[in-house]
Design a protein around this ligand. Structure first.
Ligand code: 13P
Length: 254
């Protein structure tokens, strides 16, 4: 595939995998994907497996991400995890503002923006998730919702920080439903997001930012989705939990 932007395919394991299961999965991925150079491959295990997975992927082409972090650097925040703690395990990426956290933990765009700034301050690359619900899509509000999420969640980022940020377009109706966005729907949303980036951060930044698609990505639909001009990778949930399906998604995307 001939795109200026290198594809980035990340597995969001969500609240799955004990340490032993995480090691099985990542060791299998190491074997299957050892020769892949064309794609940035990232796994995002639960916090409890970061330490062991981090050791297992030393000297491999797989990079580590976390699924969330605190907006605070240190202090009395019971149950929270700070960016510097993730850095101890060579975490490079952190998913922020996933729709499940927006829904269940009531994370706001404003909070996500503060987390993004905290991530950049620690030289972690945020993967910031946005996406509309089915109700919003059916009401014709997709672009308005995306614009509101982009404006809020990226508030305060410098152009340099924006370039080091990854966006994930995850329509809520496509997550865990088996019903992926069509490649046309994904491309249209990604193109809208890139146009927005261009007006806010300029053409050069907009051309460089990678925008992942997420929502029922599988081996069978990866190639078509990834071949869209503005789709630069995938954020994979369910299909990232098995060696075969995640490695096939990566291989089918090349
Ligand atoms: P599924 O791939 O299970 O639809 O989940 C997508 C997702 O939420 C990734 O962050």
């Amino acid at each position: 595939m001939n795109k200026d932007r290198k594809l980035i395919i990340a597995g969001n394991w969500k609240m799955n995998k004990t340490v032993a299961e995480a090691l099985d999965l990542v060791n299998g991925l190491k074997r299957e994907l050892a020769n892949v150079k064309e794609v940035d491959i990232v796994v995002c295990p639960p916090f409890t497996a970061l330490s062991e997975v981090s050791k297992a992927i030393l000297d491999s082409n797989i990079r580590l991400g976390a699924q969330n972090m605190s907006e605070h650097a240190v202090g009395a925040y019971t149950g929270e995890i700070a960016a510097v703690m993730l850095k101890e395990f060579s975490v490079r990426y952190v998913i922020l503002g996933h729709s499940e956290r927006r829904q269940y933990q009531k994370e706001s765009n404003d909070l996500i923006a503060r987390k993004a700034l905290a991530a950049h301050a620690a030289a972690l690359k945020p993967i910031i998730c946005i996406g509309e619900t089915l109700q919003e899509r059916e009401a014709g509000r997709t672009e308005a919702v995306l614009e509101e999420q982009l404006t809020g969640s990226l508030a305060g980022l410098s152009p340099e920080q924006m370039e080091e940020t990854i966006l994930a377009y995850e329509p809520v109706w496509a997550i865990g439903t088996g019903r992926n966005a069509t490649s046309e729907q994904a491309q249209a949303a990604h193109a809208f997001i890139r146009r927005w980036l261009s007006t806010k951060f300029g053409d050069t930044v907009a051309r460089r930012v990678r925008i992942q698609y997420g929502g029922s990505v599988k081996p069978s639909n990866a190639r078509e989705l990834m071949s869209q001009p503005d789709v630069d990778g995938a954020l994979v949930g369910g299909a990232s939990l098995e060696v075969r399906s995640f490695s096939d998604i990566v291989k089918n995307s090349i």
